[in-house]
Design a protein around this ligand. Sequence first.
Ligand SMILES: Cc1ncc(COP(=O)(O)O)c(C=O)c1O
Length: 342
Amino acid sequence: MRQIDGSRIYSNFGPLARSMEARLAKSFGVAEDNVCSVANATVGLALALIAQNPPPGSLCIIPAWTFAATPHAVTQAGLIPYFVDVDPETWALDPERLSAEIAAAPAKVGAVMPVAPFGRPIDVSAWDRFRGRTGIAVVIDAAAAFDSLKPGLVPSVVSLHATKVLGLGEGGCIASRDDELIRDLRARCNFGFFKSRESRVTATNAKLSEYHAAVGLAALDEWDVARQEWLAVADEYSRALQGSNRVRLQAGFGTEWIAATCVVMVADAGADRVEQALSAEKIETRRWWGRGAHDHPATRNMPRSSLLATESLAQSTIGLPFYRDLEPAAIDRIANCLHAVA
Ligand SMILES: Cc1ncc(COP(=O)(O)O)c(C=O)c1O
């Protein structure tokens, strides 16, 4: 706070935001200029689409198994969300299997926005190849994937909201190995200004304030400790659920990657039963993505293809209590309930 008042710079990619971007870039393993901070991930997703100039009014393919922010960002970018199904194993879009969806789509497909489900990493290089092969714009919604993201050329957008492992209250960042794209996005976050006060491109105000960046720097200072704490809680869950073939954690959760949501898959579409049983024990759960992003009043009239895997995931997955100081005894109590009902 003293540094902010000392420099009298409160926003506009000030020294704290730039320093936070450089540290985020280091943690993603990319060059310093390959990360641009944003006010939140939703606006970052929209700008990252706009920056690639997809045909206005064309379809943007998104998985139905995602949060409501994904279709909202597409609409903000002047495109029409087109919901397609995910792979039942990875819970994500498969770039190799998208050509049939594109051929069968009700209109021209101008963009695709794959989602890293609850922070589980997706193969960004496969999406670089997809864009190279098809010329279709790609933006990766990596909202929960701060821990695991390996950015490629297509832009990946990470949320730094309070619900994420690295939380600033509100915030986000866009990462790409394409320097030019990140320069362009920086201007699009700032009214389309490049080095003058002339607005040159379609833009908005999506800058992260220095106050948020200060919290981000503090969160980065403690990230190594925080990560160990998140991993330890995930490890307790994995121990408590060991041996159950009825309740499964996401692949790699707590061993290869970490996120701030612990979403389990319950056999026999058992999420409702788990929700009721845990609620009776006063244990809160969360259906983070409801029945899917296609099933909100705001999105119900948007086009979609068959969504069988999404519908099945909505009935069989549920978010368990998950926070850094969750005690092993509490996890045992949750796991006992789960074993009894599942
Ligand atoms: C998949 C997904 N996309 C986008 C967002 C939006 O992020 P933000 O809240 O930073 O706008 C979220 C938020 O949780 C999300 O889960």
